[in-house]
Ligand binder design. Structure first.
Ligand SMILES: [Fe+2]
Ligand SMILES: [Fe+2]
Length: 500
């Protein structure tokens, strides 16, 4: 594509005296880890982000269209965190770009003084009811070799080569956006956490610079010493839609609208019982996240422009894996009654490193584990106005898949609490109760890696709207795809108003 003629003229002069030292032109770090986020209205707003480990001058984004040139400049705002393990300060540059046209392709270039511009593209969401596709996986890691041992180079953050293949697979679908269901890079396990975050963005920038990767924080985003509750790195790398949270909790939950879909992203470490991060933060928000969630669900459910409510989160309500994590009663106690009350259609999650899905569920048995109640048995066409479908999509690329661990027949291991800290591990051991799994609809024991694609069809007035779902196993390099599960979610269009 050709650069427009007005690029230089459109750039404003440097503002005022700079408060940091201006690096030499030749010494400026490159634009690293270029990636996108949507604002709360995905038809109007995106954020372009990249990071450096040195101060840079005038971080900015040039924006335009393929045929019109880069005529608009937006200054980036820099946020920082200092990794408590290495002492390295990371600077993340976020350029917020609003006032965009819906359903429109843009080109952009991210740069700072002395660095070559890095190019990307982004498409905005349709406004109102329109067709688009999104994708989702969790639990990725990186395909890199980060540590040299006596036996050779190894990955030290639970990654594998598949963590590169899944990204290539997503690019074959080229969705409008990609939901990352937590456990992004497992930096909390690695010898060099900053390098691991950098590796994750390097691996995924080939996709995330063209379509927002919208994350939910998982237990492995909880890093000892980083931020007040451990998510300081995650909170710095991403600039997510504002949710009115305290500064310390910024970015841990948020929502955005794409077409007629309202996506709500949660951080389940707040309510899960399992001790899964570097520190035990159960209850950290003091109920703030739950209050926000209920207000969000009530508003989305009453919004005449919204047909679908999709929740992206990490730890799970359902799982039929043995000797892995299991389902967590804390989520069943807190989120599920709200999902029922406001008619959430779909939940995508990770944490379990395989693929499975539930029947539509609504209500809970009066058991100690609050076993979800399936409300339909058709596994191909599912009316989500009757119940919520949960999808575990945790085969994003780790070296520890759980598809070989599924109970046969299906059962569920539920974490119902934790014991006192074990001095040997420093962790609170989980307490388990095993239950039947009457809600189990489909499980993939054969493939360790993959992702799901969701094709939203807005339907026609007076009819149904639907989402065609395909779970693709990623079966080889370059994102080779094998569809292993297909089904259709459907509900009456324009008729949410779920009775509450
Ligand atoms: Fe994981
Ligand atoms: Fe996890």
């Amino acid at each position: 594509m050709a650069l427009g003629g007005g690029t230089a003229a459109a750039e404003p002069a440097a503002p005022g005296p700079l408060l940091w030292s201006r690096p030499g032109r030749l010494g400026a770090p490159r634009v690293s880890g270029l990636h996108l986020q949507f604002g709360s209205d995905a038809s109007r707003e995106v954020v372009v982000s990249w990071h450096t480990t040195a101060s840079v001058a005038r971080p900015r984004v040039l924006l335009g269209t393929a045929h019109g040139g880069f005529g608009r400049t937006e200054q980036a705002r820099t946020t920082t965190y200092r990794d408590a393990k290495s002492g390295t300060e990371v600077q993340v540059h976020h350029a917020r770009i609003g006032g965009l046209q819906p359903d429109t392709d843009y080109v952009y270039a991210a740069l700072h003084d002395g660095a070559a511009p890095e190019l990307g593209t982004v498409r905005t969401a349709p406004r109102g009811r329109g067709a688009f596709t999104f994708t989702s996986f969790g639990d990725q890691g990186t395909p890199t070799l980060g540590r040299q041992t006596a036996g050779g180079w190894v990955n030290d953050n639970l990654g594998s080569p598949a963590a590169g293949d899944t990204t290539a697979g997503v690019e074959r679908i080229a969705p409008l956006f990609h939901l990352v269901n937590g456990d992004l890079c497992y930096a909390n396990l690695s010898g060099d956490r900053v390098r691991t975050w950098s590796d994750w963005f390097e691996n995924n920038s080939r996709s995330a610079r063209h379509r927002p990767w919208m994350p939910a924080a998982g237990n492995h985003e909880n890093e000892l010493g980083n931020g007040s509750i451990g998510y300081g790195a995650y909170q710095a790398y991403f600039s997510l839609p504002e949710a009115g949270a305290d500064e310390q909790l910024r970015g841990l939950w948020y929502a955005f609208t794409a077409g007629s879909v309202r996506v709500i992203s949660l951080n389940n470490d707040d309510v899960a019982y399992q001790d899964g991060g570097n520190s035990y933060v159960h209850g950290y928000s003091g109920g703030a996240q739950q209050r926000w969630l209920e207000a969000q669900l009530a508003a989305a459910n009453a919004d005449p422009q919204i047909d679908w409510i999709v929740v992206c989160m990490h730890q799970v309500v359902i799982s039929t894996a043995d000797k892995f994590n299991g389902a967590d009663l804390g989520i069943r106690e807190t989120w599920v009654p709200l999902f029922d009350k406001y008619g959430v259609d779909l939940v995508v999650c990770g944490h379990e490193h395989h693929y499975e899905r539930s029947q539509p569920i609504r209500g809970q048995q009066p058991t100690d584990t609050r076993t979800p109640i399936p409300v339909a048995t058709d596994t191909e066409v599912i009316d989500t106005s009757k119940g919520t479908v949960h999808m575990v999509i945790g085969g994003g690329g780790t070296s520890a898949p759980s598809n070989q661990l599924l109970y046969s027949p299906a059962r569920c291991r539920v974490i119902t609490g934790v014991g006192p800290v074990d001095s040997a591990t420093g962790k609170r051991p989980p307490k388990y109760v095993i239950e039947d799994a009457p809600w189990s609809a489909f499980r993939d024991a054969d493939h360790s890696y993959g992702f799901a694609a969701f094709e939203v069809d807005p339907g026609v007035r007076g009819g149904n709207t639907s989402i065609a779902v395909t779970y693709y196993a990623v079966t080889g390099p370059y994102g080779e795809l094998l569809p292993v599960d297909r089904f259709r979610l459907t509900r009456p269009r324009g008729r949410r108003g779920h009775r509450v």
